[in-house]
Design a protein around this ligand. Structure first.
Ligand SMILES: Cc1cc2nc3c(=O)[nH]c(=O)nc-3n(C[C@H](O)[C@H](O)[C@H](O)COP(=O)(O)OP(=O)(O)OC[C@H]3O[C@@H](n4cnc5c(N)ncnc54)[C@H](O)[C@@H]3O)c2cc1C
Length: 806
């Protein structure tokens, strides 16, 4: 066995084989795969191996398209073809109009990735799949590319091609330990000796946490038992001269595809089981869990109603195997949080269909630092430490029980909650807060107008419309209070802290003590990596603030760029502080009334300034910044002072007409102002000029990503960020919706909401350069309808910023 390799991939299932192959495709040939047993001896060998193009976000659709194209190419390889039923077609059944609305949105989103889904009615479903009944069927989404593949042949083909390109595969080589060296290489200890490598990849499937433990991390991955049945031949199927399409059913929790002349039927039963949480038998290899058909009987009853032919046919095989889940159902593909040169491709629950694409995107990240698509939806750093195995198991159960039920807009499911709260949680709950979740934190979305109010989740405007309108109105006319829990807050300290920050931010770092500035940072390709508010508290101390979701992402990036001499330190206040926002024209008066010891006047505390002040007997940092476009302050309060601070504000609030407001109101207001949201509107696929951030980029100084940015500026923009006014009041656009011109896709929506202050249906997104002029008439495809839309000024409200300066 080799003693050194550039990359060692651990695990020979689809995740590992695909990563190995794609590393060679990206030009790295000194790469090795280690497998404890035979290739595919984990979950991969017994997979139902359906390969769909369907995904809920564009990155997923794009990577699945890559899988499909790759698998097609492998199937057609004359030297070594593999079995792939490509393009059989698949039906995602809909039981309700809400389901169909969702599918219409997903169709619009997929169009932007060059993928055409169809929405068909119940009769058409039956025509395409003659074995189903149409009772209670509203219709379906048709995925023409759906199919299934031989999982073992697929992995062998990938390994074979990788070997041909120089990669080596060592079977029967269990990894027993991982040690990181002082120069950030890894020594991979195996039963057959050690290999030193620059990068290590955990592709260990349901054993990923055994490998995680070897490097001191816990991956939020839990396994569930999952069963499918294979039937005896079915006469009605044999009589057909085509393969019946695949079916996935969100109401009856099953899937089905043709297997020879019978059917394969898989189940997502409510009475489901986690697997292997207390450790996995080392001899569990090429193995299955015991059959447990009784568990799926309730699902089977519904399946019989949809496919009556199954009542008359025998079952010849039951497969029950472990399948991995993460807390949000998407895998972990990318950097292992807090570790250098360590990567993972784990938590794949539909790894056969997706694995080709995941390995592709991971190899690009390893070799080039970033992939062709923004990969945040897959980034392992999207879960902070709260996502332990117990939490993950609860979410895995919930996700399994809802396998094909996509999330409705603004739906936050209950399992594992509350995971992260501040001392204000109960107080806000009493005040009627309806909470959503941001990186585990409970944050108010809106305040219920009555105790029995329940949101009717929909892709159209729903019963929260008036609730949010009232919150916005109060913030516009009077004053509102909101807690921004979990906001990412670091203190960065050191004598040369400003100089250092200036080298890593493309924006000017505020040098004047007491000043606050919005700054951006880029990746090596010159594209937008992140956004941070920097508050210059003293010559050697800066407070760094960014989106709650960015907690691990931004810390990794800052640490990666720290000087080696230890002169700069970073301390996280994420767990110790929270933010109370006071916003609205009366916010200055309210603060003065509640905290009279501080001078909140315009002269003493103007826009974009920060001060350390004492409120309710506690020292806090207050910043005059605004995400709503109204006069506003953020009070950065230590947790022990939160309730005192909040109580003082609410006690003083009545004469000013103080109201609570939540995230939905903020979204409405920030879109009216044209303010971007990290990982919605700010993504690694575009540079800051394309993202409309020119005024934040200072080309007169060196910064990370500048050479690449200069090249891109010379080449001209690929797309441009625009705001749109939609001519419709029935439904908002949704992130991912296609923006069209003359029936052609010219862009994608990134954010959208009703602007309650301007009374307009607004959206933001990236469009082709030729479609980006103000006043240009376009369409946005919103739940199946082409809605007229016009490119407008990004700032629709208080264009001169008079209100925030008042
Ligand atoms: C019943 C069932 C049906 C499914 N149906 C579908 C489907 O229709 N479509 C679909 O896309 N997906 C499906 N899946 C899911 C899919 O099969 C998995 O997502 C996929 O196989 C996971 O691949 P993997 O490479 O991540 O893991 P695995 O296949 O488990 O591979 C991990 C490998 O790592 C090796 N390994 C672990 N520890 C070590 C170590 N210490 N040293 C060396 N090697 C190690 C293991 O031996 C194993 O070979 C199904 C799963 C099940 C259980």
């Amino acid at each position: 066995m080799k003693s050194h390799a550039r990359v060692v991939v651990i695990g020979g299932g689809i995740a590992g084989c695909s990563t190995l192959y794609h590393l060679t495709q990206e030009g790295w040939n000194d790469v090795v795969l280690l497998e404890r047993d035979e290739l595919t001896s984990g979950t991969t060998w017994h997979s139902a191996a359906q390969v769909t193009n369907f995904g809920a976000v564009q990155t997923m659709v794009g990577l699945k398209t890559h899988s499909i194209n790759l698998y097609k190419e492998l199937a057609e390889d004359v030297e070594c073809p593999i079995n792939y039923h490509h393009g059989t077609g698949g039906l995602r059944l809909a039981g309700t109009q809400d389901h169909l609305d969702g599918y219409r949105h997903f169709r619009s989103m997929a169009k932007g990735m060059g993928v055409e889904f169809e929405i068909i009615d119940a009769d058409e479903c039956r025509k395409r799949h003659p074995l189903i009944t149409t009772d209670n069927l509203a219709g379906a989404l048709w995925d023409p590319m759906d199919g299934d593949i031989d999982p073992a042949q697929l992995c062998q083909a990938l390994a074979r091609r990788a070997r041909k390109a120089g990669a080596e595969v060592y079977r029967h080589t269990p990894v027993t330990g991982l040690t990181q060296t002082a120069n950030d290489e890894w020594i991979v200890h195996t039963a057959q000796g050690d290999i030193t490598c620059e990068h290590v990849v955990n592709a260990g499937g349901y054993r990923c946490n055994e490998l995680g433990a070897m490097m001191g991390v816990v991956h939020p991955v839990a396994s569930m038992e999952h069963q499918y049945f294979l039937t005896e031949p079915i006469a009605d199927l044999e009589a057909l001269d085509f393969r019946v399409p695949l079916i996935r059913c969100p109401t009856d929790d099953f899937y089905s595809r043709q297997e020879k002349n019978g059917l394969l039927v898989g189940f997502y039963e409510q009475d489901c089981r986690t697997w292997g949480l207390d450790g996995i038998d080392p001899d569990f290899t090429n193995a299955l869990c015991p059959d447990d058909p009784d568990r799926v009987l309730p699902v089977l009853e519904n399946v019989f109603e949809r496919m009556p032919c199954l009542t008359e046919v025998g079952i010849h095989t039951i497969i029950n195997g472990p399948i991995t889940y993460t807390p949000d159902g998407l895998p972990l593909v990318g950097h292992v949080p807090g570790k250098r040169n360590a990567w993972c491709i784990t938590g794949l629950r539909a790894g056969l269909g997706e694995g080709g694409g995941h390995g592709w995107l991971l190899a690009q990240q390893i070799v080039h630092g970033e992939a062709v698509y923004d990969t945040w939806c897959l980034d392992p750093r999207r879960f902070a430490k709260y996502a332990d195995i117990d939490y993950t198991a609860l979410k895995a159960i919930e996700d399994y029980q809802n396998e094909f039920r996509f999330h409705m807009p603004h739906e936050h499911r209950p399992a594992g909650r509350p995971a992260r709260t501040t001392p204000l949680y109960e107080v806000l709950e009493q005040a009627g807060a309806e909470f959503g979740v941001v990186n585990g934190w409970e944050r108010a979305l809106y305040f219920r107008p009555s105790p029995d109010f329940e949101e009717a989740h929909s892709f159209r405007f729903n019963n929260t419309f008036d609730v949010v309108a009232k919150e916005v109105e109060a913030v516009r006319d009077r004053v509102g209070i909101m807690e921004v829990s979990g906001f990412n807050r670091y203190e960065i300290a050191g004598e040369s802290v400003h100089d250092w920050l200036d080298t890593i931010m493309c924006s000017r770092v505020p040098r004047k003590p007491g000043r606050v500035g919005l700054t951006y940072f880029l990746n090596g390709d010159g594209n937008v990596k992140g956004e941070a508010t920097l508050a210059n508290l003293s010559p050697d101390r800066v407070w760094y603030g960014s989106a709650a979701a960015a907690e691990l992402h931004d810390m990794d990036w800052l640490v990666e760029h720290l000087p080696d001499d230890g002169s700069i330190t970073i301390t996280s206040f994420v767990e110790t502080h929270s933010i109370v926002v006071v916003a609205g024209p009366k916010s200055r008066d309210l603060l003065q009334a509640a905290f009279a010891d501080t001078d909140w006047s315009k002269e003493a505390f103007g826009w974009l300034s920060a001060r350390e002040v004492t409120v309710a007997g506690h020292q806090i940092v207050a910043m005059a910044v605004s995400f709503s476009g109204e006069l506003a302050w953020e009070l950065h309060v230590p947790n022990e002072a939160l309730v005192d601070c909040y109580s003082a504000l609410t006690a003083a609030g009545e004469p000013f007409g103080l109201v609570h407001f939540g995230l939905h109101a903020v979204d409405s207001m920030r879109i009216e102002k044209g303010f971007r949201h990290w990982k919605a509107d700010l993504i690694t696929e575009f540079n800051p000029m394309e993202s409309g951030l020119e005024r934040f980029v200072k080309m007169d100084k060196p910064f990370v990503g500048k050479p690449a940015l200069e090249q891109m500026i010379k080449a001209g923009p690929r797309r441009l960020f625009v705001s749109l006014e939609l001519d419709s009041d029935g439904a908002p656009a949704h992130p991912g919706d296609s923006i069209m011109s003359d029936g052609r896709v010219v862009g994608t929506v990134t954010s959208a909401a009703w602007g309650h202050r301007v009374n307009k249906n607004l959206a933001m997104g990236f469009v082709d350069v030729s479609s980006a002029s103000i006043g240009q008439d376009l369409h946005v495809e919103v739940i199946g309808e082409p809605v007229p839309a016009q490119v407008c000024d990004p700032c629709r409200y208080d264009t001169e910023n008079d209100r925030v300066r008042s």
